[in-house]
Design a binder for this molecule. Structure first.
Ligand SMILES: NC(=O)c1ccc[n+]([C@@H]2O[C@H](COP(=O)([O-])OP(=O)(O)OC[C@H]3O[C@@H](n4cnc5c(N)ncnc54)[C@H](O)[C@@H]3O)[C@@H](O)[C@H]2O)c1
Length: 114
């Protein structure tokens, strides 16, 4: 069983990927998303797929992401959680910069697990 985390999995790219990965019963897929721009409708159907779990959380919070990574011990992580788009970036320049913390949190938590 491959244990896979998709951050931003309620968004366009992450949601498509999570659905594709969940369709394979050899995968156990967890999506972490804060639903800031994403939507539940883009997630795989948890009632249909017992190998799928959604967790609402903020990847830029070390507490949120490290607890998920330490709990599940992922083999693979796809990191798509971000404030995306030119308009959103121009409207929230400081918020976009905090996404760098999300990358640090993902890499640091996974490294710590090993
Ligand atoms: N869409 C494209 O054509 C495209 C092309 C190349 C690269 N990308 C990259 O792929 C990634 C995803 O893009 P997208 O188009 O799917 O965007 P999207 O806005 O549809 O998805 C981003 C998801 O991340 C979530 N999110 C945002 N901040 C978060 C946080 N702090 N914690 C948890 N979840 C958070 C949002 O709720 C949303 O579901 C981005 O890094 C983007 O730059 C996208």
């Amino acid at each position: 069983m491959n244990r896979i985390l998709v951050t931003g999995g309620a968004g366009n790219v992450g949601g498509s990927l999570a659905k594709k990965l969940t369709a394979n019963p050899d995968n156990f897929v967890v999506v972490l998303d804060n639903l800031s721009t994403g939507h539940i409708s883009k997630l795989p159907d948890a009632a249909q797929y017992p190998n799928f779990k959604f967790i609402k959380g903020n990847v830029n919070s070390l507490t949120d992401i490290s607890s998920v990574i330490l709990r599940y011990g992922f083999d693979y992580i796809f990191h798509y959680a971000a404030v995306v788009g030119v308009k959103r970036t121009l409207e929230n320049p400081a918020k976009v910069l905090t996404d760098i913390q999300g990358i640090k949190n993902v890499l640091g938590s996974q490294e710590h697990r090993r």
